[in-house]
Design a protein around this ligand. Sequence first.
Ligand code: SF4
Length: 309
Amino acid sequence: MLCKTSEHIECLMVCQEAVRRQFEISELELEDELHHDADPLREKEHEVVPAMINKYGNRVLCLLTAECAAYCRFCTRRRLVSDIERGRVDRSHVDAWVDYLRDHPEVSELIISGGDPFIVEDDLFEYALNEIADVDSVKVLRIGTRAPVSDPCLVNSAKLEAIQRLNRPVYVGVHFEHPSEITKPAVRCIKDLLAVGAILYSQTVFLKGVNDDYQTLYDLFTRLLEIGVRPYYIYRCDPVPGASRFRVELDKERRIMTDLRRSLSGLACPTYVIDVPDGSGKIPVPLGFWDADTLSYTDFEGKKHTPEE
Ligand code: SF4
């Protein structure tokens, strides 16, 4: 994977250890390569047309680009992000997605992700939004991004206007890992997105040495809620090659989330989940309020897994 970074995140990496750890390549990654699945969420096998993934029947994921402003070393899509040429999407891909959607009216929710959708040319961004929004059966439109953290300039006026012109709710999921990522430019992005009518939620991954302590996550979720971003999910780090160094012990994660649930308001506390390694969905992890068996869990299809898979 190439290591491309924007100027904004480079500055943040210099002054914030928690940010540097997320993007800096480590020799420890090489030790992992043989053990883990490059596509633990089975996205490739659910690709129904190029760059469109349908795992759930009623919701689809569209990968508008393989490019990001900076590459997180724990990324679930490490296998494809940064391979910009192979992941390049143009209007013909969007047209094929729309054909699929018209043939599958049971798909009511669509997430535009990547890579980072805010990095593509303004024209393509607007074309994709407009064409997809034009499909009557798509009732919920979502965009996943890390741009407010990695390169706030990507949230520019052309893209904001494209969102506003849709004149319908657009849910924007922003990936935050640490309170130091909530910089002034990031807050400005959030305000701009709110001003054009976007509904904002956050996604976070538990990361060893970055956010695996109560106070860091308390500060992160509290601050996110203050700026208008509803904390939505916190994930156990997926077992992708090279990411073992980021995986936190399950018991520690549960303890932290139990303490957070005690002290945070319900609105500020995200749901703590494991993304099942066979791609069948996100399973909530029970907190310490219940005497639950945490050695194994059953997925939506009735298959047993262990949290350490
Ligand atoms: S911004 Fe998102 S898609 Fe890009 S490397 Fe990070 S986690 Fe992966």
